[in-house]
Design a protein around this ligand. Structure first.
Ligand code: 5GP
Length: 120
């Protein structure tokens, strides 16, 4: 899948549209989800143009991967969800119901969550 530089998270990274920023470093940006599904719902994205976790894992530099992995842990701790627990989700392409085609990990917590997947 080619990277679409007009996706909404690319626009947030360029500063074309605002976000409620939670964390930023050289490689990573994290911000609150616009439609939170729990008291804590933060999106963590790499600054590089990667569509999905598999794209990132195969094509990002070691430095980017290290920064992204560490940032997710740091952000979870800073958001105060580590003790009680939380969920990481990275929806991917059609079957994963990915809406925004720029890699993002949802950090969701702050309450006891429902089943991992609805039984449908
Ligand atoms: P996906 O379905 O791709 O895994 O998740 C995309 C997420 O991005 C959704 O949870 C949605 O609420 C969030 N989102 C979509 N547009 C915006 C936006 O403009 N700003 C923020 N902060 N979140 C957004």
């Amino acid at each position: 899948m080619a990277y679409d530089s007009e996706n909404i998270f690319a626009k947030i990274l360029r500063g074309d549209i605002p976000c409620n920023k939670f964390f930023e470093d050289d490689h990573v940006l994290a911000f609150h989800d616009i439609a939170p599904q729990a008291p804590t719902h933060i999106l963590v994205i790499p600054k590089g143009a990667y569509t999905s976790y598999d794209d990132f894992a195969m094509n990002a530099s070691d430095e980017e991967i290290l920064a992204f992995t560490r940032a997710i842990g740091k952000i979870a701790a800073a958001a105060g969800v580590v003790e009680d627990g939380y969920r990481l989700i990275s929806n991917t392409r059609e079957h994963g119901r990915q809406d925004v085609p720029h890699l993002h990990v949802h950090i969701i917590g702050g309450k006891k969550l429902g089943l991992m997947l609805p039984r449908d």
